[in-house]
Design a protein. Structure first.
Length: 340
């Protein structure tokens, strides 16, 4: 990974259809609110079905990007993260990995690819409402996912992104032999994004360079969701943070330990969305626009910082208490959204 986009890239012109999508979203959010069942922790969220058959009232975004962006945009893939989905494939090639809470207190990942495309990624699972807000920082990103709740699909199809599911791009997906359904759906990225987008597509607002002053020595950090746990342990020999999931070292399907250079624990508001899973559990909505506090882990040290994302089309700025920009270490970045 190389030096990334800042204000110039984040300020690029956005799509005119965004306003219409937001208006559509407002009506659907109101219509989608239903009674809440007693929360239960499922083995998984039950959304492996390819729910992409709902038509969009306006022009559905089902083909190639519009060409209005400056160049190819990122590929974002929703990754299954329950025990049955591990070991996962291709996550080590992602530039950024986001970890969010889903139904029942479980976790799901979104892997974002710009500088390198692996041969395969997965297991691929379903999208969530808050993914749309998170992805607005990119120009026409391609979102690969297995499907979504029926009432959410019109919002996805109306959003400024290229939605690619197995029904729309069957040649890009395949079922692997080593896991049971629904944890065995994989993606061939080059069949969705023939050319590597490049670092300029990463309009995240992140900056890379020397570590900020201060910080405290820190060799292990754990982030807990109600039914999931992430632990990041500093490896001096590798100069990376080794990832463990639910107390078990996390490796890829080819035996490589997941080891980002920078980890950010970003404290955000997690509210109820308008949607539920098939058991009646409410879908959490991770709010990534706004401001708050965060902890940045790099080089075996922890830095207490502030984060700010003024609007959805912006990237996220991380600053010290005196307002100085916080640089990340060169390499993969993990952002874990923890409840503030």
């Amino acid at each position: 990974m190389v030096g990334m986009a800042d204000t110039e890239h984040r300020g690029r012109a956005r799509r005119a259809r965004t306003a219409a999508a937001l208006l559509t979203a407002t009506g659907l959010f109101a219509a989608g609110c239903t009674g809440h069942g007693t929360p239960r922790v499922p083995a998984d969220d039950g959304r492996g079905q390819f729910r992409t058959d709902q038509p969009t009232p306006s022009s559905p975004n089902t083909s190639e990007p519009s060409g209005e962006a400056d160049g190819p945009s990122v590929l974002a893939v929703k990754i299954d993260n329950v025990g049955a989905a591990r070991p996962q494939t291709g996550i080590d090639s992602a530039d950024v990995v986001y970890a969010e809470q889903v139904e029942g207190g479980l976790s799901r990942l979104m892997a974002v690819y710009a500088t390198k495309l692996p041969k395969a990624v997965g297991p691929v699972r379903s999208a969530r409402e808050s993914d749309l807000e998170l992805l607005r920082q990119f120009d026409d990103p391609t979102l690969a996912f297995s499907g979504a709740q029926g009432k959410l699909m019109p919002l996805i199809n109306g959003a400024p992104l290229v939605a690619q599911t197995p029904e729309k791009a069957s040649r890009a997906y395949f079922r692997g032999p080593d896991k049971v359904s629904p944890h065995n759906l994989f993606l061939r990225p080059e069949r969705l994004v023939p050319a590597t987008p490049g670092a300029a597509a990463l309009t995240t607002g992140f900056h890379y360079g020397p570590a900020p002053a201060g910080g405290t020595e820190d060799t292990s950090e754990t982030v807990r969701f109600p039914a999931a746990r992430f632990t990041f342990t500093w490896s001096q020999s590798r100069e990376r943070w080794l990832v463990s999931m639910d107390g078990t070292p996390d490796v890829t399907s080819d035996g490589k330990r997941l080891a980002p250079a920078t980890v950010v624990v970003q404290y955000v508001k997690v509210r109820k969305s308008a949607f539920h899973d098939f058991l009646g559990n409410n879908t959490p909505y991770t709010v990534t626009v706004g401001s708050g506090r965060a902890k940045v882990l790099r080089d075996g040290r922890a830095y207490d910082v502030n984060w700010k994302r003024a609007k959805a089309t912006d990237g996220t700025e991380f600053t010290t208490k005196d307002g100085s920009r916080v640089n990340f270490a060169k390499g993969q970045v993990w952002i874990v959204f923890a409840k503030a």
